[in-house]
Design a protein around this ligand. Sequence first.
Ligand code: WTA
Length: 685
Amino acid sequence: SSISNSIANSSYSVNTRTRTRKMVKAVSLGDPLLAEDQDEAVVVPSDHLSQQALVPSLRDYLEMYKASIQDPGRFWSEIASQFHWERKWDPDHVFSHNLDVTKSQVHIQWFKGGITNISYNCLDRIVESGGGDKIALFWEANDPGSDASLTYKQLLSRVCQLSNYLKDIGVKKGDAVVVYLPMLMELPITMLACARIGAVHSVVFAGFSAESLAQRIIDCKPKLVITCNAVKRGSKIIHLKDIVDAALLLSAQTNVSVDRCLVFENEAAMKREPTKWQEGRDIWWQDVIPEYPTHCEVEWVDAEDPLFLLYTSGSTGKPKGVLHTTGGYMVYTAITFKYAFDYKPTDIYWCTADCGWITGHSYVTYGPLLNGASVVVFEGSPNYPDSGRCWDIVDKYKVTIFYTAPTLYVTRYSRKSLRILGSVGEPINPSAWRWFYNVVGDSRCPISDTWWQTETGGFMITPLPGAWPQKPGSATFPFFGVQPVIVDEKGVEIEGECSGYLCVKSSWPGAFRTLYGDHERYETTYFKPFPGYYFTGDGCRRDKDGYYWLTGRVDDVINVSGHRIGTAEVESALVSHPQCAEAAVVGVEHEVKGQAIYAFVTLVEGVPYTEDLRKSLILTVRKQIGAFAAPDKIHWAPGLPKTRSGKIMRRILRKIASRQLNELGDTSTLAEPNIVDQLIALADC
Ligand code: WTA
């Protein structure tokens, strides 16, 4: 393949070059954000690191990679065999797929007919192989000084008790369970308990508002909702149960009623007494769960039975229920975790992500536990009580693998335990990369800059520590079995050095199988733009050595501190405000958050723009989506730049938002060209 040729032919000494930009013209998807000209200095792994690595050299990688592409059935069967299967899949049909929407319906299946259970593989399998007394979860509370831990054996017992309760109240295989919990140990426990009985968990990040939670409840109609009374975030107490109450009220208005709400009493945040209660529906976790037996038979499920739903933002309309199934997801998260972090049984692993996002699903819960790892689960925020908290935790638990978003901060404390660093969620620019490498990792620890998505289930393009030289800012090469391709606006694959739209050819076990209840949207969003390929929504550049450089979304999705937000969702929240007539939201570069939300709004005729109105617009977004989606800037607009056919010219708005006023391009096709000057004049009002 082109990668193997180009990387095999390149030399690994430190070299610096400058790159010329290549433009890709976009017709319907917007220009891919092009990477800045990069300094391509190479960071070579130390011999010591390479020698003890699972994949010690580029040659070893290429051999395995080639095998994974030439005979995926065989490659993945071998890996899948490391897990417990009650019955094996059909060896002649390890996988089947059709990605070409012009031929027939898109479908992806892996290990069909194989019978297994991911909760069994995370827990029972580890306990039975002698790992029962190893710590599975180290839990660190919001407030320093408060912590807890569970061994694999203890975790299994806790999971079984909850599974037994769920079965007892009639939750069955295939039923949805909505989980609205902060990062307590009860969150992974709940996920594993659902999986154990074949129920489909749908975790909603506990920073989402009642409206957003209701929207998800209405979509998947759960048997019950699991939450807690309150949570302490930094020094603030948030009453989660009130939010759930409001969400359940809203869903009842749409005729989706939920009979049961299981509430964990999070005493550290608040005692149970003041909690508003609906008798008959609400029940305290602590009053029932400990009474249940600590043993629970697993429900064996087909590899293609659903494991979970996770809602994520798209460029249009309501959030999409990304559906992952059991077998392929299990195999894929386990093996990507193992290789991308060069996992060793002695490692202590900490991923700062919340289980409300995909990173917490795949790399707090399933991937690490499937490897029998010890995982740090952190309830709080990285800068409480101060910005040293992260490194305090690293030192306290002697964390060896630290996986985080590139927007996290620094120095003091020894951090001597660190071995491997990981980064996810947004492109890490070369200077941030160097800081992470030099300062956090003392120039010792390789960085796994993992590129992937909610939809992909696990890592897609990622360094393997020790195997090859890294380039700061590049996610480097594809994981085993993954065939990234870069296409032009016509969907034609471009070879060699180029930039364009990132797609993936063929399927991999961790791929999502559908959007819940809307297979058509699945096809339209991901498989129609470039027939025959999965379209990622990201722009990408491949350099002459075959390294991949992610350049950001090319659709209307914004990435704020690694949180994925659809511009359409923010816009619809804004226009729901009675005084807002129209809104257009774009992302702008932000030093700390990666991207920030910038909203242009036009007001209902006669309404003056005031500071109070600005605040109330922002509040509307917080209420409807969540605080993390609040716009950083409201730009009052007398009108929006539109084409004669009424389409908003976002390209121009992006330039105004980032004050690149000499790059506005051709504005002559606008219905009212002078609107641009008015917007510029109002930019700092
Ligand atoms: C972005 C998070 C550059 C990308 C796992 C993708 C990244 C979106 C990286 C998915 C990375 C994630 N480098 N960009 N290492 N990792 N992204 O679904 O735009 O929340 O499409 O999954 O985050 O976000 P999601």
